[in-house]
Design a binder for this molecule. Structure first.
Ligand SMILES: Nc1ncnc2c1ncn2[C@@H]1O[C@H](COP(=O)(O)OP(=O)(O)O)[C@@H](O)[C@H]1O
Ligand SMILES: [Mg+2]
Length: 271
């Protein structure tokens, strides 16, 4: 990917944070330097990687962002978030000068890592806009439940708007089916429906519903650090390999699928 991947979906509980934490751990295991940026004032990626949330939001502080970055037990580096309400309110208020300041601060940091994963809050508000403006690609996790695709058109529109406003490329890296339960007929139906509508944008890797995944986060660990032999850990290793193949290998090696070479601001196919 050699770039910045925003993990976004305005729905809560679909697996954005779980994917940020576990994909980052899988990249780290593969020797890929990876930074997780927790963009959600709920700080779930921060605590999920075993780190204390910060008293104030680092995006708004004077000190360089590097000063807030910490190494976590399972390998990835983390720029933690803060639950500070006043800072969250500031960040949620659109302000072009503040946006530019934040972008400048990040530009000095982002290129230092092979991959940067930004865990977005469950909204299409200003914080998600900032995250998308820093990103090269967007990864959209979907829960294998009814209404999984609800709201994707709005998300697609936001991606288009942000791409048009910033001078960065921004495309959908993939739709990730999460919490797939093979024993549940509905999950199969939802997965088929999503693949029918969104076609090759849907990643081949499917993340199963696995207790080890939720247990890991309650211990402040990735599922790879918590139980490397679990189905969840295996699935995140496969996801890392699929994304490496799609975005990190040079094109002449056949590593980049045709569908991933999408134009700037390419949205979701369904709308
Ligand atoms: N594949 C999975 N298997 C089991 N539990 C999961 C899985 N994906 C997410 N969860 C659990 O579902 C809840 C919501 O996931 P989370 O990643 O926090 O969603 P989001 O960040 O989109 O709000 C968390 O408790 C998480 O542990
Ligand atoms: Mg979250």
């Amino acid at each position: 990917m050699s770039g910045v991947l925003a993990i976004a979906n305005q729905k809560g509980g679909v697996g954005k944070t779980t994917t940020a934490v576990n994909l980052a751990a899988a990249f780290s295991l593969a020797g890929i330097s990876c930074l997780v940026v927790d963009a959600d004032p709920q700080c779930n990626a921060t605590t999920g990687l075993g780190v204390q949330p910060l008293p104030r939001h680092p995006w708004l502080m004077r000190e360089p962002l590097e000063e807030f970055i910490q190494r976590t037990e399972d390998g990835p580096l983390l720029l933690p978030s803060s639950p500070c309400r006043a800072d969250a309110d500031l960040l949620s208020t659109p302000s072009p000068p503040r946006l530019e300041r934040i972008q400048r601060r990040f530009n000095r940091v982002l290129g230092q890592y092979d991959a940067v994963l930004i865990d977005c809050p469950p909204s299409l508000g200003q914080i998600t806009r900032i995250a998308l403006s820093l990103a090269d690609h967007v990864l959209v996790p979907l829960q294998c439940e009814y209404f999984a695709m609800e709201g994707l058109a709005l998300m697609s529109e936001l991606i288009r708007q942000v791409a048009a406003q910033s001078d960065r490329e921004l495309s959908v890296a993939g739709i990730l089916l999460n919490q797939f339960d093979p024993d549940w007929q509905l999950a199969h139906e939802v997965a088929e429906e999503v693949r029918r509508h969104l076609g090759p944008q849907v990643l081949r890797t499917v993340i199963p519903r696995d207790e080890a995944i939720s247990a890991a986060s309650s211990h402040g660990r990735s599922v790879l650090g918590y139980d490397i032999r679990s189905r969840g850990a295996f699935a995140y290793v496969l996801l890392a390999l699929e994304l490496i193949k799609r975005f990190m290998l040079p094109q002449h090696s056949g590593g980049v699928d045709e569908e991933s070479s999408r134009p700037r601001g390419a949205g979701l196919k369904s709308d």
